[in-house]
Design a protein around this ligand. Structure first.
Ligand SMILES: [Zn+2]
Length: 569
């Protein structure tokens, strides 16, 4: 009995050993087929799906409260999430799946490509990754809690913008502008550390620098994007130079100066990223007694994109300590999208609300049948395009009329100046985007250069502004995107290009209209249906340019942007 038992035990052990060895030998092959990848996916989703939701909720909460505890919790969760995709063993498996060539089913292959890239990004030592996340969280908190001081008085960003927009007192404008730049000095040393860390990480992963990595991981070829920016530079250069003369003439008269005396604080916002109001149309008067939130809600309902649930979960008004920029967060890719902003009754915030709810709609009306990994915007800039497409309507006379905010007569009266203002806005914004794009390129290529000077060289070249005499401050660091949304800004301009491309396609093909200027999409559910089916639901199923081609019949092009705003053909 004993002997027999022992024999059985030995043969069992041998059998097991054989099985284990066979499995070990068979494993590399077995690990590369679709069945094995599906198993990998479910294990990955079991970790990533719930944790992503927690991260999004914690970040949203921290942005509302501005409290240390909330920020620490948010940063800790983010580190945990990054750790999932930092696992070198799993990354090796993904590599094997990729090189094995056995993952052919299109949705599986697409998920593999996307998950591979998100692991690749995190194949850097944990300590280094934690240092970056922590540094980033510290900078974020400094931005959140910074309030400019003007003559001993605490000013919110809204206050500063209000002064810059409305005052013609050069001394006050200068003080407000300079006070708003103080944040740059507070965060610049941390940003430089972060840039060095980011570059080191990217080089370890085989990229030229962090910016190359960011673009390539977003399926954007740096050379293609640069060519597009060069093309837009040429398209806008002369028009902008003329527009700038008109702006200068107007502002000089307004402030009682010669055009040659105009300084950056005379241009009505902190960065000259928006056009000064030089045409006789004041959109703010149409919004000043209005509750903007229900206006946005009813507009989206008319598009057959109801967002009452999004509004209910959002945090929309100013609070002490609260993050002052607006964003939409897709909490769970299962319909929970929410917006954070600080609404005031004016045209800027009407634009922002339509913009952010545009993002939310893209998130909410996704395809629940798609795998979780693919249930996201095709690219960051494709969701910016939807946001811009809808946000622009806040300054459209046709939209104001169709929303019953102004009369048909008033719409006619302001049609021409509104169109001129919108064109000026796009021209000014596209020049500013050139500065951001080229500064980031330059900074990641050579962070050791004199960045304060580089910034002003670009501002002078592309925005035609004059550097204040002797100024040597990190004004670049005051722009929050440089630190916290790195190498992302160019996507806003790509988003504008796509917004115009979608507008022309929807007007012509979906609504069968023969012009675009009078389109508002008010009460047009077919527009929402088109967006859901052609843009939102595809998610990341295809690379972004393929989605755009399927949705509009053409790849991304500057043609419609030029036609709409520069008067090209
Ligand atoms: Zn946006």
């Amino acid at each position: 009995m004993k002997m027999q038992a022992k024999l059985i035990f030995i043969s069992m052990a041998i059998f097991l050993l054989v099985v284990i060895v066979a499995a070990a030998v068979k494993n590399p092959a077995a690990a590369c087929n679709e069945k094995a990848f599906r198993q990998f996916l479910s294990a990955y989703e079991a970790k990533a799906v719930p944790l992503s939701r927690e991260v999004a909720l914690a970040a949203f909460q921290a942005s509302i409260s501005g409290k240390d505890d909330d920020f620490n919790r948010s940063a800790d969760l983010q580190i945990q999430l990054n750790k999932i995709t930092a696992d070198p063993g799993e990354f090796a498996r993904l590599k094997a799946f990729k090189t094995g060539g056995q993952i052919r089913e299109p949705l599986l292959k697409r998920q593999l490509d996307i998950i591979y890239d998100s692991y690749l990004e995190n194949q850097i030592p944990i300590a280094q990754m934690e240092a970056m996340v922590t540094l980033q969280a510290q900078i974020e908190q400094k931005f959140n809690t910074f309030r400019a001081q003007v003559d001993g008085k605490t000013q919110t960003d809204n206050d500063i913008e209000q002064v810059l927009r409305t005052s013609s007192d050069s001394l006050l404008l200068e003080k407000a502008w300079k006070a708003s730049k103080e944040i740059g000095r507070l965060v610049a040393p941390d940003i430089l550390k972060l840039v060095t860390l980011r570059n080191a990480a990217a080089r370890q992963l085989g990229f030229a620098d962090f910016r190359h990595m960011q673009l390539k991981l977003g399926e954007q070829d740096p050379q293609t994007i640069e060519s597009l920016f060069d093309e837009l530079d040429v398209l806008t250069r002369d028009g902008f130079s003329d527009a700038k003369k008109a702006i200068d003439g107007f502002l000089a008269a307004r402030c009682g100066l010669d055009a040659g005396q105009l300084m950056p604080w005379h241009y009505q916002n902190r960065y000259f990223q928006e056009a000064p109001v030089i045409y006789p149309v004041d959109l703010d008067v149409y919004y000043k007694d209005k509750n903007l939130v229900p206006i946005a809600g009813s507009y989206f309902k008319g598009l057959n994109l109801p967002i009452d649930d999004v509004i209910a979960r959002s945090d929309l008004f100013e609070k002490p300590g609260k993050y002052q920029h607006a964003f939409s967060s897709d909490i769970d890719r299962s319909g929970d999208a929410r917006v954070l902003c600080s609404v005031k009754p004016d045209s800027y915030w009407m634009n922002t609300l339509l913009h952010e709810f545009g993002h939310s709609a893209y998130s909410k009306f996704n395809d629940p049948q798609l795998p979780w990994t693919l249930r996201d915007a095709a690219h960051a800039f494709t969701t910016e395009a939807i946001a811009n497409l809808l946000g622009r309507f806040a300054s459209s006379p046709a939209w104001l009329r169709d929303m019953s905010l102004i009369s048909a007569d008033e719409a006619r009266r302001i049609a021409v100046p509104s169109r001129d203002a919108l064109r000026l806005q796009q021209m000014v914004f596209s020049r500013w985007a050139q500065v951001m794009f080229r500064f980031e390129k330059s900074m990641y290529e050579d962070p050791g250069q004199d960045l304060n000077r580089r910034w002003w060289e670009l501002v002078e070249k592309y925005q035609l502004l004059k550097m204040p005499a002797g100024r040597n401050e990190p004004d670049w660091a005051a722009k929050i995107h440089i630190a916290l949304y790195p190498c992302y800004y160019h996507n806003y301009l790509l988003g504008e290009l796509l917004a115009s491309q979608l507008l022309y396609h929807i007007a012509g093909r979906v609504l069968q209209a023969d012009e675009v200027e009078n389109q508002s999409f008010v009460g047009r559910p077919e527009v929402g249906r088109y967006l859901v089916n052609s843009v939102f639901k595809p998610g990341m199923r295809w690379p972004w340019n393929e989605m755009i081609e399927r949705a509009t019949g053409e790849k991304l092009t500057a043609k419609y942007y030029a036609r709409q705003f520069i008067g090209g053909k």
